[in-house]
Design a protein around this ligand. Structure first.
Ligand code: ADP
Ligand code: ZN
Length: 599
């Protein structure tokens, strides 16, 4: 019998498990139903691929996106494992052939889209096969409470009954308490099952939040300091993705926009280029999400506020799966908050749902306005306690809280004097003493507070209003066209002179980080060799029609550049090199290494 750790080394080429993997593999091998919540890049796939190799029967993997399945299959095959995918894109003949191979036992892993596994005919056929494991990837899609509910996942709740002998494993990278419970009750019902929650921390992603002023200009400045130019920029609307992509193209970047309004063939092409070409920036709505199984995304920027922390964490989690340094920057302003509130209040959802959504938006704002470590705040939301990280913007540049009670009172009083019927722009016009038409028409220039905050920059006041909102001093009346209203807490400031402390230092400029490099990054002396190895990898990938990382991950190439194997035995010892990859790729890489040593 081949042992688990032997397979890890021989097939995958890995020396040890990542945190949590061994436990999940053990549980699945023992035949337990499992829900595993592991961070993106934590190595979820290996947790079920390894048992799939060792078990005798078939493993079915349900996955929401065709592109995702195709990538997984390509990676499995590169390791020499018989994997296939059936989805709506396959021809009848392909399907018949796959079916035949399933029956004669020559397929170990079958990737399937969820709607296929809900069809009665397919289910009946599968019931006659030795299905040993059913894996539900992106399992949060089954939950109505999750941020990405997919109706086609609903049918999966019946799997336990249909396949009583199969082990069910559910995997997700983001699920808060509510979502986890929902997944368990839907997939496992009363059946015993085990929950594994691996730490949510992604220490290689540096988290920062800044005030939005001119987002595209800010973006261009940010890109100057990037560790690598490939990344994702999230925007809220289709139009904005296109506009921002254009700005980047003008500045000489390889930028592409992606949103649900594009033709599916165009979308596929964008995804394809992002996965296979180096240095591509995708500017996208959240439609660009799952299926981005690319380990070397160097940054994820949000130029608009995401909907909640689950979504935010999932989105930034797409950066730095390879464990090398990556950046997450969120830019946002008061308008973003107003827009998000409007989207919640104006949606068709039930009152219950709206209440949950409002609470989640509040949690997001508590994070964006956090005065201490962002990572602590983010992990805390998922129920994890941690020390300050030392690498987020708050840790690097702690905020300085100042007593701004007079400023707060001037703004709150103006709101009260004007009957709380006006939005931020007008209120700020009054306190800054701007004689706009609206101000004079309504005689607001005769208010006692007219012009009292003249000395303050408008941006600083906007930041103050945003913080007042996040700290629940003021509310936005969505039904009343976004008018600012005082909450009880805000009224108390006027009534009993409670003090208000804020950080008014303008955070419009992203905090500069010291250019630290991870130990995993190749020694500078080996950079040139690394470039050479990357070229070779790209050529080999092109020949085979697969993304570059299917050949080798950056981590593997860095290991080769640093340790320079000279023969097959040494090559076999490189990170990510198992039997199959050694057989296929040792010759070209050993030659490239030898040529380099000679030159
Ligand atoms: P997830 O699906 O959890 O986001 P993946 O399964 O795609 O993560 O794994 C992320 C990366 O980590 C992949 O490149 C994978 O090959 C690598 N990986 C997984 N397990 C290990 C391990 N035990 N040692 C080294 N690398 C690993
Ligand atoms: Zn921190």
């Amino acid at each position: 019998v081949t042992s688990v750790s032997q397979t890890l080394e021989d097939v995958f080429g890995f020396k040890s498990f990542r945190p949590g993997q061994e436990e999940v593999v053990g549980a699945l091998m023992a035949g337990d139903h499992v829900l595993a919540v592991m961070p993106t890049g934590g190595g979820k796939s290996l947790c079920y691929q390894l048992p799939a190799i060792l078990k005798h029967g078939i493993t079915i993997v349900v996955s929401p996106l065709i592109a995702l399945m195709q990538n997984q299959v390509a990676q499995m095959r590169a390791l020499g494992i018989a994997a296939e995918t059936v989805n709506s894109g396959r021809s009848r003949m392909d399907k018949a052939e796959i079916w035949r191979r399933m029956q004669d036992g020559s397929i170990r892993l079958l990737y399937l889209s969820p709607e296929l596994l809900a069809g009665e005919r397919v289910l009946r056929a599968f019931e006659r096969l030795p299905i040993e494991q059913i894996i539900v990837d992106e399992a949060h899609c089954i939950s109505q409470w999750g941020h990405d509910f997919r109706p086609e996942y609903s049918g999966l709740g019946d799997l336990r009954r249909r396949f009583p002998k199969a082990v069910i494993g559910a995997f997700t990278a983001t699920a808060d308490q509510t979502t986890r419970e929902d997944i368990r009750s839907r997939l496992f019902g009363e059946a015993p099952n085990r929950l594994f929650v691996q730490g949510f921390d992604r220490p290689n992603i540096k988290i920062a939040v800044a005030e939005k002023s001119r987002p595209e200009q800010q973006l261009l400045r940010l890109l100057k300091n990037e560790p690598g130019p490939q990344g994702i920029v999230y925007r809220l609307s289709r139009k904005k993705t296109e506009a921002t992509a254009e700005v980047l193209q003008h500045a000489g970047f390889k930028a592409l926009s992606y949103h649900a309004g594009l033709d599916s063939s165009v979308r596929e092409k964008v995804l394809d280029r992002f996965l296979s070409e180096p240095d591509v920036i995708v500017v996208a709505t959240i439609a660009f999400g799952m299926g981005i199984d690319k380990p070397d995304v160097r940054f994820v920027y949000h130029l608009d506020l995401p909907s909640n922390l689950e979504a935010y964490y999932q989105e930034i989690g797409r950066a730095g799966r390879d464990g090398l340094p990556a950046e997450a920057m969120l830019l946002y302003g008061f308008d973003d908050i107003r827009l998000r509130r409007m989207m919640i209040d104006g949606s068709e959802a039930s009152e219950d749902r709206k209440r949950v959504d409002r609470r989640r938006l509040d949690a997001l704002l508590a994070f964006t306005e956090a005065t201490s470590c962002r990572r602590q705040a983010l992990l805390g939301y998922f129920g994890e306690t941690s020390m300050p990280c030392g690498s987020c913007d708050r840790c690097l540049d702690p905020p300085v809280l100042k007593d701004v009670s007079d400023l707060a009172r001037a703004i709150f009083e103006t709101m009260q004097q004007t009957g709380m019927g006006f939005g931020q722009a007008h209120i700020l016009d009054i306190v800054r003493g701007e004689k706009t038409a609206k101000v004079t028409q309504r005689s607001h220039d005769r208010l006692a507070t007219f012009g009292v905050l003249k000395a303050h920059d408008r941006r600083v006041l906007q930041s103050a209003v945003r913080q007042f909102y996040a700290a629940h001093y003021v509310e936005v009346d969505i039904a009343g066209h976004g008018a600012l209203k005082l909450t009880d807490r805000g009224r108390a400031v006027l009534a009993d002179g409670a003090t208000v402390a804020l950080d008014l230092k303008a955070h419009a400029e992203p905090v500069k980080r010291p250019g630290r490099r991870s130990a995993a990054v190749a020694d500078p002396a080996n950079q040139q060799l690394l470039v050479r190895l990357k070229e070779l990898r790209l050529a080999l990938a092109k020949e085979r029609g697969v993304p570059a990382y299917v050949v080798f991950s950056d981590a593997s190439l860095i290991d080769m550049a640093n340790r320079r194997p000279r023969n097959e035995a040494e090559f076999m010892g490189m990170h990510g090199v198992g039997y199959k990859k050694c057989q296929e790729f040792a010759p070209p890489f050993l030659k490239a290494l030898a040529d380099y040593a000679q030159a």
